[in-house]
Design a protein around this ligand. Structure first.
Ligand code: SAH
Ligand code: SF4
Length: 365
């Protein structure tokens, strides 16, 4: 096995079978995988970790994804929608703390009023930060014109996870209807890329019915799609969701955690210069989960700057960390945490995806 592993790691491209083998490695081999990924990260992405201050604007959602705690039909959620003033206060906090960027994330809403509100917020964020803060948004599926309007208003990165690149699995974790259409999700990702965003996607790892082949195909999907950024994390069951009924099919949380680290390492090896986030869901399993992800290939962390009073209500999954904290508590805690990984924090820098600029250069040639 070990020889096989060394041999595969020396290759410059990987087949689905190679990836499946690497995903199933035992402890000794997986440390080789992690070390290899760490070296590639240092060479191609650098030794800096970039911050994106995460603002969970609202947990109101019009969709019903089977895995998600804030799905529309879950009645056990106190719904909130943070005022523009409070959002901008959180932005100011991120700016003053010298985070290079902010992320606006929310449940999925689509209306002309919502579109305008976001556009205004984006412009205000640029204004109050002297054009210095980078802005990522993660606001779900929207018409092309909306993606364009938000891009022109100042957002330059967009996160839209494909969740699973296998349509069959996609429809096991989403209702099969117009609002949850795999082809629409894919078309949205393409549209984001076309509009000019640094385009990020990702999947959940350890879903019921998911196979190692599915995960290998997810990585190949990201490579073929030529994504610039990735956020992928372990699936964590939530009691108030339809998918909870399959909890007995799941692998133990610790295994989902390790599998996520392997996915991050492999993606780093396969797509050397992209940005990879250390998902918050990792920390719901292991208190230093995100730091472990940084060590094996991730280079982005999204400290939560959502005002403390709302945090408890943005529960996509159980055991969400730090819901009883305020943003200021996070800053010191995070700095110490990154220190442990041996990386530095890219304070005040956007830390854009290097891959994006390479891709754009190739297009304009
Ligand atoms: N509504 C937007 C953004 C918020 S949800 C959207 O869906 O794109 C952000 C991500 O949270 C989703 O993409 C999903 O991958 C993740 N998520 C939701 N429920 C989860 C769960 N139970 N475990 C792990 N991740 C989950
Ligand atoms: Fe809504 Fe996103 Fe949760 Fe789906 S994953 S229910 S779109 S918040």
């Amino acid at each position: 096995m070990s020889n096989n592993m060394d041999q595969i790691l020396r290759q410059t491209s990987f087949s689905k079978e190679d990836i499946v083998t690497l995903l199933q490695t035992n402890k000794e081999d997986r440390n080789k995988l992690f070390t290899h990924a760490a070296a590639i990260k240092e060479e191609f992405a650098g030794k800096k970790v970039y911050y994106r201050g995460l603002i969970e604007m609202s947990n109101i959602c019009s969709k019903n994804c089977y895995y998600c705690g804030i799905r529309m039909d879950n009645k056990n959620v106190d719904r909130y929608d943070i005022s523009d003033k409070d959002i901008l206060d959180a932005v100011r906090f991120a700016y003053q703390s010298n985070y290079g960027s902010v992320v606006l994330q929310a449940g999925e809403l689509s209306s002309p009023k919502f579109t305008k509100r976001i556009s205004n917020l984006l412009k205000k964020i640029k204004e109050i930060s002297n054009n210095e803060l980078g802005i990522t948004i993660s606001l779900g599926e929207q018409p092309d014109e909306v993606y364009k309007e938000w891009f022109e208003s100042g957002a330059h990165r967009y996160l839209l996870r494909i969740e699973s690149s296998n349509p069959d699995l996609y429809y096991k974790i989403h209702p099969r209807d117009e609002k949850h259409d795999f082809d629409t999700r894919l078309a949205c990702l393409k549209s984001l890329q076309k509009v000019g965003y640094q385009t990020g996607t990702g999947v959940m790892i350890g879903l019921p019915f998911q196979t190692y082949e599915d995960l290998a195909n997810d990585l190949l999907f990201m490579k073929n799609f030529d994504i610039d950024m990735c956020g992928m994390g372990p699936y964590i069951e939530h009691v108030d969701t339809p998918l909870y009924q399959y909890k007995d099919l799941l692998m133990p949380l610790e295994d989902r955690f390790i599998l996520t680290l392997k996915m991050i390492s492999l993606l780093r090896i396969i797509m050397k210069d992209i940005n990879i986030a250390a998902a918050t869901a990792l920390q719901a399993i292991d208190p230093i989960g995100r730091e472990k992800a940084i060590k094996v290939g991730a280079n982005i962390i999204m400290p939560n700057v959502t005002p403390g009073m709302y945090r408890d209500s943005y529960k996509l999954y159980e055991n969400k960390p730090c819901t009883d904290e305020e943003a200021a508590d996070c800053t010191n805690c995070m700095e110490m945490r990154i220190g442990i990984t041996g990386d530095e924090i890219g304070y005040g820098e956007w830390g854009d995806s290097k891959h994006y600029y390479k891709r754009r250069k190739q297009i304009s040639r």
